[in-house]
Design a binder for this molecule. Structure first.
Ligand SMILES: Nc1ncnc2c1ncn2[C@@H]1O[C@H](COP(=O)(O)OP(=O)(O)OP(=O)(O)O)[C@@H](O)[C@H]1O
Length: 317
C-alpha cells in the first residue's frame, strides 16, 4: 500500500538579493524542483543530499508545514496542509535540532500531556511507553526536566514522544546529529527494531551515512531539488563501479606491475609484502587462491566499499 505520494512536487522561494550597493532584486529559488516519488507501507527510506538540496523543504511539505508551489503530495491518503490536524494523528515527526518536549517538565509529564493531546487510551499509551522505556533505556531519567537532559537522552525522549500516539509514518530529520557514539547506536537499534515490525514507514534525512547503511534498504538522493538516485545502496555501488578491496600480507614480495585475473592491483606497501586489490567481481575466493599459489599468505582482509566515497562522487557529478 502506498502511504506517501509526490507528483511533480515543487517549492519555490522568493529571495531578495543585492544588486549593487543599495538596490535589491527578487530571485526565485527552486528548493524542490519536481519530485515524483512513491513510498510503500513499512519501507525505510533514506532521503539524502548535500546542504541545500531540498530535504527539509520536502519534509516540511510532507508534514503540512509548507504549501507546495506546484504538484501534489499525499501522506496516508491525506493532503498535508489542508488536512494537517488529521494528519498529525497519523504521523510522527522528529527534528534532531528541535524538540517537541516541554523544557521545564520531566519527560514523564511531557509524555502524559501528549497522551491527552492525542487522546490516546490509557492502556495503549502505557504499553507503548513501556516498550520505548525498555528499548531506549529511559528509566534513569524519566523524572528529569527536559532542560537537564543530555542531547542523547533528549533525543531518546523525542523519539518516544513521536511514537506514543502510534503513528503510521515517522519522519526523522537528522535524528543522530550531535549524538555520542553510544546514543547513536541506541537510536539506530531502536529505529531498526521499529522498522522490522513492518508497521511503520520511516523517512529519514541525515548527513550520517552510517544511519542509512544500518537502517535503510532504499536510498533516495536529491540534489538541487531533484531526485538523482532512487534505489538500494548496492545499486548505487554498482552504478558508480564501487569494488570490494582485498588486502593481503604475503611472505614473499609482489613485484610492482603484478597482475592477477579477477582483480586490479591498487597499491603495494611494506616492500611489496602488503598488496591491495580491487575485486572485479563479488567473489574473492579465486583471486585469493591465485595469490596463495604464488606466495604463502600471512593474512588477508576484505574491505567493503565506502558509501561516503560513492555519495561524494554522486554529489560531485
Ligand atoms: N524559507 C526559505 N526562504 C528562502 N529560501 C529557502 C527557505 N528555506 C529553504 N530555502 C532554500 O531552499 C533550498 C533548499 O533548502 P533545504 O533546507 O530544504 O535544504 P536541505 O537539503 O534540507 O539542506 P541541509 O542539509 O543544509 O539542511 C536552499 O537553497 C535554501 O537556501
Amino acid at each position: 500500500m502506498t502511504v506517501i505520494r509526490m507528483d511533480g512536487l515543487r517549492k519555490d522561494f522568493t529571495v531578495r538579493v543585492r544588486a549593487g550597493r543599495l538596490r535589491r532584486t527578487k530571485r526565485t529559488v527552486a528548493a524542490v524542483d519536481g519530485i515524483d516519488l512513491r513510498i510503500e507501507r513499512g519501507e525505510m527510506v533514506g532521503y539524502i543530499g548535500p546542504n541545500g538540496a531540498g530535504k527539509s523543504t520536502t519534509l516540511k511539505m510532507l508534514t503540512g508545514v509548507l504549501t507546495p508551489s506546484a504538484g501534489t503530495v499525499s501522506v496516508c491518503g491525506l493532503t498535508p496542509v489542508p488536512q494537517r490536524t488529521r494528519l498529525a494523528l497519523r504521523i510522527g515527526v522528529v527534528f534532531g535540532q528541535r524538540s517537541q518536549l516541554w523544557w521545564d517538565l520531566p519527560l514523564r509529564e511531557s509524555f502524559s500531556l501528549l497522551r491527552h493531546i492525542y487522546r490516546v487510551p490509557a492502556q495503549e499509551h502505557a504499553a507503548r511507553l513501556r516498550r520505548c522505556v525498555g528499548l531506549l533505556d529511559l528509566d534513569g531519567f524519566l523524572d528529569t526536566p527536559v532542560r537537564q537532559l543530555s542531547l542523547g537522552q533528549r533525543m531518546r525522549g523525542d523519539l518516544t514522544a513521536a511514537l506514543l500516539h502510534g503513528p503510521e509514518v515517522l519522519f526523522l530529520d537528522e535524528p543522530t546529529i550531535g549524538l555520542d557514539v553510544v546514543s547513536k547506536q541506541a537510536v539506530r537499534s531502536f529505529l531498526a527494531e521499529l522498522g522490522a515490525t513492518g508497521d511503520v514507514t520511516l523517512v529519514l534525512t541525515t548527513h550520517d551515512l552510517a544511519d542509512i547503511e544500518r537502517l535503510c534498504r532504499r536510498l533516495v538522493v536529491i540534489d538541487h531539488g531533484r531526485v538523482v538516485h532512487d534505489g538500494t545502496i548496492e545499486a548505487l555501488h554498482t552504478r558508480y563501479g564501487s569494488r570490494r578491496r582485498l588486502v593481503v600480507d604475503l611472505d614473499a614480495p609482489l613485484p610492482s606491475g603484478f597482475t592477477v585475473d579477477g582483480a586490479t592491483l591498487v597499491s603495494l606497501e611494506a616492500d611489496g609484502h602488503r598488496a591491495s586489490f580491487d575485486l572485479l567481481s563479488d567473489e574473492a575466493g579465486p583471486v585469493v587462491a591465485r595469490l596463495a599459489a604464488l606466495s604463502s599468505l600471512r593474512d588477508l582482509s576484505l574491505v567493503e566499499p565506502d558509501i561516503e566515497d560513492v555519495v561524494a562522487r554522486l554529489y560531485a557529478s
